[in-house]
Design a protein around this ligand. Structure first.
Ligand code: MRU
Length: 342
């Protein structure tokens, strides 16, 4: 069986980006030679997924700094990147690492090494999340799992977050229900493609079908990824997550979030401070040249929604599993790579 292709490859000052718009039909790379090319790729969803956006943005900065290495140029690029996808936190995380290095006098080669390191670390985080999640899944013997959006290799570069837990729990899982995740179909196109390649049994379901499956007793647990988690345990994730969490509560089904610490925004509290990305209505009205809605019909399209902590059973991270309310009681020290009491 063919493996899942690398979503990002950096070689000879070019970033090869797997064009996720073409998956599952074609495995083609978009070649980014400049900062602007990377911006185009992020804006147009050629790549997506919070951790991968963070990594790609860091490579973009690298390409931009190659032309003009100074802090001013860095800030200009940082500002324009952060406007592209406002909800995922990981770009803030990776760019803050680069900012610190430049301020401390690092040169281009040091930065190049650091970006490679950021990518490697993200893969390690996924492995750890997978292991931490497996502990729970094994103990509870969850067999029928529902997941939303795409949280696998295509979203992270590693084995994935929620999908990483599913991957590590492969031996006990009998079925994965994959929501379509309209309108971009990250579930139907990308997650099913990854599960197929991993040889894990799955069925694609309509987004609106999830509650009925829960009511029928077909779901043992739900696991999703995260685009941003606040210090007080609010989760911003792909639109539809909130409805899943509410239904899970109604039917007594445990709702898990799998997330690296690089997605946790320890500086933000409460939902009012999280910006929710609104995308172009065209993405809802059709796909490519095929339209299913008249051009002049109006659409509301928030790409993410916000799930309160009381609907979340556990947040599975690379540094252990937390009740979402516990997050405000801990502080993460990046340099020591550990949590301590706040
Ligand atoms: O709009 P997308 O495809 O970038 O949204 C992705 C998601 O919402 C994922 O669930 C999230 O980034 C977690 S990926 C590990």
């Amino acid at each position: 069986m063919k493996s899942i292709p690398e979503p990002l490859i950096f070689r000879k000052n070019k970033l090869y980006i797997l064009d996720q718009r073409k998956i599952p039909f074609k495995e083609k790379y978009f070649v980014a030679s400049s900062f602007c090319d990377v911006k185009v790729a992020i804006k147009n969803m050629i790549l997506r997924g919070a951790p991968l956006i963070g990594i790609a943005g860091a490579y973009g900065i690298l390409l931009g700094l190659r032309k003009k290495f100074n802090l001013d140029n860095f800030y200009k690029m940082k500002e324009s990147l952060l406007l592209l996808r406002k909800t995922p936190y990981n770009l803030n995380y990776t760019l803050s690492i680069l900012e610190r290095l430049i301020k401390n006098g690092a040169g281009y080669k040091d930065l190049e090494k650091e970006v490679e390191n950021i990518f490697e670390q993200e893969k390690i985080r996924c492995e750890r999340i997978g292991k931490n999640g497996f502990k729970i899944f094994k103990e509870k013997q969850y067999k029928k799992i529902l997941t939303h959006c795409n949280t696998g290799k295509l979203a992270t570069g590693g084995i994935g977050t929620a999908l990483g837990v599913i991957y590590k729990s492969k031996k006990i899982i009998e079925m994965v229900y994959v929501t379509e995740t309209r309108p971009y179909f990250q579930g139907a196109r990308l997650t099913s493609y990854e599960l197929f390649k991993l040889n894990i049994p799955f069925k694609i379901i309509l987004d609106g079908e999830a509650s009925f499956l829960m009511q029928k007793g077909e779901v043992d647990a739900i696991i999703v990824g995260a685009d941003r988690i606040t210090q007080d345990g609010y989760l911003a994730n792909k639109v539809g997550t909130l409805s899943l969490a509410i239904s899970a509560k109604e039917f007594g089904i445990p709702f898990y979030v799998a997330s690296p610490v690089s997605t946790i925004d320890f500086n933000t509290k409460g939902i009012e401070n999280i910006q929710i990305e609104e995308r172009r209505g065209d993405e809802v009205k059709g796909w490519g040249k095929t339209k299913w809605v008249l051009e002049n019909f109006d659409v509301i399209y928030y790409s993410f929604d916000l799930t309160p902590p009381y609907l979340i059973k556990n947040i599975i991270t690379d540094y252990g599993n937390f009740n979402p309310n516990e997050l405000k009681m801990v502080q993460f020290h990046e340099e020591r790579k550990e949590f301590t009491n706040a």
